[in-house]
Design a protein around this ligand. Structure first.
Ligand code: ADP
Ligand code: MG
Length: 373
């Protein structure tokens, strides 16, 4: 994708450039906040940095923006290292968690701010502000002040301001944290729409797995400054590579057991609860005989009438609209969640009902080495 510098380009022209984080490490004093992270983000992609509080997401974003100079590694935009450039020369737009709009400026002047700062002439500023107001569907609000806008509207303006200067990369730090839960989904869809339409490369920080799964082309899962996995939402959810990713993203039941055997295409696990599972994949990184944790998502456990299965009884049943979640207790006293589609009028099983469950898909069962105690 070629570099453009005209301020009058249509808002919808594809704008994004690739972004590479090359072996980035950052230390605050002796504490390592980012630990050797490498990511290749493609032009036009929306990538989420997902992980718990304190795992280094904001630090990485600030390194890309140029507010922090990393201890080691390189930031490369569109093939060119930019580590020597100050923040205002990196062509990176940022939307902060609290939007940080200028309270004394109108919506139009907020959007024009970056253009004015770089000396764009007034006529071109007006054109660009119009384009941006149209893009975020806020044309009627040009003369309002930020305090006269709702949270969602302020966020649109913050986005319009960030995009007005035609950055090559858009950074979003927890952009939905300040919004009501029911407005959040609307804004997630809206931001995704605007991002795709403008073609900009976007990196979004979030600790919310649903947000990351719903919006991202790819997700980088971080834990304690390290990259755990970088993949599409379905790779992250269906094929977590580490126990951390498995447990941080989605809900899972973890069942302790031992690996009995493993070959090129399958492996056998004996659960402490008795059931033996043969999974259609090699457990090549695990030594047979050692302790493992087997992960089965609640929607991959089904009730069976007889035969092999984990025996137990219903503790509690919760009808949640389109699904029913049963909490069950196995014979050995382990609590598991079972989630099933709910047809109209269906009632949960009564507490105390004896049941058996098995994984519906053995392919969707994950196996990890048990963490050292
Ligand atoms: N300016 C700073 N000085 C010292 N430590 C910091 C600073 N900023 C962040 N940290 C530490 O670096 C780690 C990562 O922080 P941060 O990137 O803000 O995490 P996240 O955004 O994932 O919540 C945390 O342990 C945090 O306390
Ligand atoms: Mg943060």
């Amino acid at each position: 994708m070629s570099v453009r510098d005209s301020d009058t380009d249509p808002a919808f022209q594809k704008a994004g450039q690739s972004l590479t984080l090359d072996a980035i490490t950052h230390r605050f004093g002796s504490a390592t906040a980012v630990d050797d992270v490498t990511l290749d983000i493609r032009a036009g992609e929306l990538v989420s940095l997902l992980g718990p509080s304190g795992c280094g997401k904001t630090t990485l974003l600030r390194i890309v923006a140029g507010f922090i100079n990393q201890t080691m590694g390189r930031v490369i935009i569109g093939g060119t290292p930019i580590d020597d450039l100050p923040p205002n020369r990196r062509s990176v737009g940022i939307v902060f968690q609290n939007y940080a709009l200028f309270p004394h400026l109108t919506v139009a002047d907020n959007i024009a701010y970056g253009l004015a700062a770089r000396g764009t002439d007034r006529a071109a500023q007006r054109v660009r502000v119009e384009e941006m107001l149209a893009l975020v569907q806020m044309h009627r609000f040009a003369d309002r002040y930020p305090r006269q806008l709702s949270g969602g509207q302020q966020q649109r303006i913050a986005l319009a301001r960030a995009l007005a200067v035609q950055p090559r990369i858009l950074l979003l730090d927890e952009p939905f944290a300040a919004l009501d839960k029911n407005l959040r989904l609307d804004m997630q869809i809206e931001i995704k729409r605007i991002q795709k339409m403008s073609g900009i490369t976007a990196v979004m920080v979030t600790h919310d797995q649903e947000e990351a799964l719903g919006m991202s082309d790819r997700i980088a899962v971080l834990s304690q400054g390290r990259l755990e996995q970088f993949g599409t939402p379905s790779q992250i959810y269906d094929r977590p590579e580490t126990l951390f990713v498995n447990t941080f993203v989605g809900t899972s039941n973890l069942l302790p057991g031992h690996l009995e055997s493993s070959d090129a295409t399958s492996c056998a696990v004996r659960l402490d609860d008795g059931l033996r599972l043969v999974l259609p994949r090699s457990a090549e990184k695990i030594v047979p005989g050692t302790a493992v944790l087997v992960s089965v998502r609640p929607d991959n456990l089904v009730f069976v009438d007889g035969g092999e299965g984990l025996a137990g009884q219903v503790e509690l049943g919760m009808p949640l609209g389109t699904t029913i979640v049963h909490e069950i207790v196995t014979a050995s006293g382990r609590t598991l969640k079972v989630s099933s589609a709910r047809s109209a009028g269906a009632q949960p099983l009564a507490s105390g009902t004896p049941i058996r469950v098995v994984p519906a898909s053995l392919d969707a069962v994950q196996i990890f080495p048990a963490p050292k105690p």
